[in-house]
Write a protein that binds this ligand. Sequence first.
Ligand SMILES: [Zn+2]
Length: 69
Amino acid sequence: MAAPRPACKCGYDRDHLMVSREPRYGVWKGFWVMFMGVSMLPYRVDFRCRVCLQVFDATTDPAVMKDTM
Ligand SMILES: [Zn+2]
């Protein structure tokens, strides 16, 4: 049986409609992505609930992070 996935206090998990994916870049990568419009793989993706604004989960799995690009 799979371990329960992390969820915020509203009970939403990372695939919920009200949860946004926030890619995190290092300082230099962030510069290129934000100012140059370059598409890069983030070093981490945070999952934040849009209702309670809680970051309750994060991933460094490249397969998941690709979806955020
Ligand atoms: Zn929430």
